[in-house]
Write a protein that binds this ligand. Structure first.
Ligand SMILES: Cc1cc2nc3c(=O)[nH]c(=O)nc-3n(C[C@H](O)[C@H](O)[C@H](O)COP(=O)(O)OP(=O)(O)OC[C@H]3O[C@@H](n4cnc5c(N)ncnc54)[C@H](O)[C@@H]3O)c2cc1C
Length: 557
């Protein structure tokens, strides 16, 4: 973990660098030209210059040994600048992950030290034309090369698709099927038989180089098999998903906020019907406030997951999936709403929100699509529901009620309603064996993510009130604003879990028409409806905070 002061300094250097080298006009021009600014990416990754990569390299390999929380903070900041450039930097993070989790100590020292000292750019080559979400279908092969009865190397043959940094990396972590099963190999640029295509002409992140790779009997020595044992590749990939998905979650968060932070000042200057748009409730309460609530709910979840990973609780794949799902969907919606907030201007290429919207779209696709996240979340929490005989979310609801007793202002009572409703929905799904419908399984994933994030945001608001928030945590909102955001989000989450839960359970035949009203009661729908009282006042308060309209006295009150 790096010291809060060092992290602050790194973020400041990044901001200063972006101000100088990546003003908006430059970003828009590069986007128009569909050009990856390789000099900038190399500058960001070089140890004598910005040295972003040093953050995640362990200290014994010449880095700063940053943890998940540090990486989240830096990723959010990079995404605020440009998601294409952030992706180029991320590719080295991702490419080095199979090394971090799976390599032998010698391999780790060799590659990670080179990344730290030489600013080596990596690419992470897993996806293939026929193997995207289902990596098990990979076709790239690694045939053993034998000498005197022992394996001295491998010949890699196959194709990879949509690889970030594909045309510009110095080294590639490549997933291929050896006789003993899938493995990660490191292939260096210029290897005989290795080629990359021209960069893809993409919808967004046009500052990032994305290319297809081809391998035609590319020879690598046996020391390039990460970990030295065949068949570990998919396990190694799984081991880092919690962590890598947090990075992409931070991308969604940073890009979403970057869009909202443009819409807010714009709306104070744009006069329509005699007053600035920022004074129109129908504008702020649709296009700004709900998106801020979603982004901050996702942030709360990201921060909790990052703290737990840093505390050594393991790879937390499901938490990584929830964080990625909520933050990238929130970032995507926030950017979409920001285009609407700018009206016709938002639809033109001159305005950054148009670019941000195209850029952020990728975050719900790469590192696992939103649908794969829903499946991951649902499958894992379903097991918890079964193992605890339906008690898991009721226990979470009780914890939220206990928090409410100490902090009645943070919406924890309403988060408890969401968690309780979720327990009821899952139990009904179990009784009627509804997870045989894939759609129900995936919708459960969404409801789980909302309910868990409602719990997280209310906990974060309480920590803020108690002055116990992580020192590195984002402090944009004070305790009162965070509590209002938590109440706004909890109301939405509770209503969504109960109403959509009812919809899907009834829709799949889990309750008949005669049993619907009893199910409504067991879901706590009347209480959830009552909890909506005060919603508009809370949204007004959040809007006033966002637009700096509160006096000192009002803030103190
Ligand atoms: C710009 C860009 C950069 C990328 N960078 C990298 C990189 O650096 N390294 C790398 O290895 N890969 C990279 N990728 C690949 C990316 O990770 C994959 O595109 C992604 O995992 C989805 O795979 P796919 O495109 O084959 O879609 P598919 O898996 O074919 O999915 C298509 C659709 O079907 C849905 N779907 C898939 N399976 C199921 C299912 N079982 N049930 C229900 N729905 C399902 C998906 O959610 C999606 O909506 C990148 C992609 C892009 C576009």
């Amino acid at each position: 973990m790096i010291a809060p002061k060092t992290l602050k300094l790194s973020i400041k250097s990044l901001r200063d660098f972006a101000k100088k080298r990546l003003p908006e006009e430059t970003l828009l021009e590069l986007d128009e030209r569909d050009e990856c600014p390789l000099d900038i990416v190399r500058h960001m990754c070089h140890p004598d210059q910005l040295g972003i990569q040093l953050l995640f390299i362990p200290e014994d390999c010449g880095g700063f040994g940053g943890g998940a929380f540090d990486v989240y903070c830096i990723c959010e900041e990079m995404a605020r600048i440009d998601l294409g450039i952030a992706t180029a930097v991320l590719a080295t993070f991702l490419g080095s992950d199979p090394i971090t989790v799976g390599a032998t100590p010698e391999q780790k020292k060799y590659w990670l030290t080179r990344i730290a000292q030489e600013g080596l750019l990596f690419a992470y080559a897993a996806t293939e034309p026929e193997a995207g979400s289902d990596l098990g279908a990979l076709r790239t092969t690694a045939d053993r090369v034998m000498q005197d009865g022992r394996v001295v190397g491998y010949k890699i043959t196959g194709n990879k698709q949509w690889i970030s940094n594909g045309g510009v990396a110095d080294a590639y972590s490549v997933l291929a099927n050896a006789p003993g099963g899938p493995c990660w190999f490191v292939v260096e640029k210029g290897a005989k038989g290795f080629n990359h295509d021209e960069p893809e002409n993409k919808h967004g992140i046009r500052l990032s180089n994305t290319a297809a790779l081809s391998f035609d009997n590319v020879y690598v020595g046996a020391d390039r098999l990460l970990g030295g044992v065949e068949g570990q590749g998919l396990i190694q990939a799984q081991l880092v998903f919690g962590y890598t998905r947090l990075m992409v979650a931070a991308f969604g968060l940073g890009a979403g906020w970057s869009a909202v932070d443009r819409a807010i000042p714009y709306s104070t200057k744009r006069i329509q019907a005699g007053a600035p748009l920022s004074e129109k409730q129908g504008y702020t309460h649709k296009l700004i406030v709900p998106h801020v609530a979603h982004l901050e709910a996702a942030r709360a979840y990201i921060e909790e997951a990052a703290e737990r990973i840093d505390a050594g609780e393991g790879s937390l794949n499901t938490e990584g999936a929830i964080a990625k799902y909520m933050a990238t969907e929130a970032g995507n919606s926030a950017a979409e709403a920001s285009i609407q907030a700018f009206g016709g201007y938002g639809y033109t290429r001159e305005y950054m929100v148009e670019k941000i919207k195209r850029d952020v779209r990728i975050t719900t696709i790469y590192e696992g699509t939103s649908e794969i996240m829903e499946m991951t979340i649902s499958r894992d929490r379903w097991q918890l529901h079964l193992k605890t005989r339906g008690q898991y979310y009721d226990e979470q609801a009780k914890k939220s009620e206990a928090l409410h007793a100490n902090h009645p202002e943070v919406g924890a009572d309403v988060a408890a309603l969401a968690l309780h409703a979720l327990a009821e929905v899952m139990e009904k799904a179990r009784l009627a064996r509804l997870t045989r419908y894939q759609h129900i399984l995936l919708r459960l994933g969404e409801l789980i993510a909302y309910a868990e994030c409602a719990g997280s945001l209310s906990r974060r608001a309480a920590l803020m009130a108690d002055n116990k928030l992580n020192e590195k945590s984002n402090r944009r909102f004070d305790a009162a604003a965070l509590a209002a955001l938590a109440r706004v989000f909890a109301r939405e989450a509770a209503l969504k879990v109960a109403e959509e839960g009812l919809r899907w359970i009834a829709g799949a035949g889990g309750v008949g028409a005669a049993a619907v009203s009893a199910f409504e009661t067991s879901l706590g729908l009347p209480a959830i409806h009552r909890a909506q009282v005060g919603l508009i006042a809370d949204m007004d308060y959040v809007a006033d905070v966002l637009y700096g309209r509160l006096s000192k006295a009002q803030r103190a009150a």
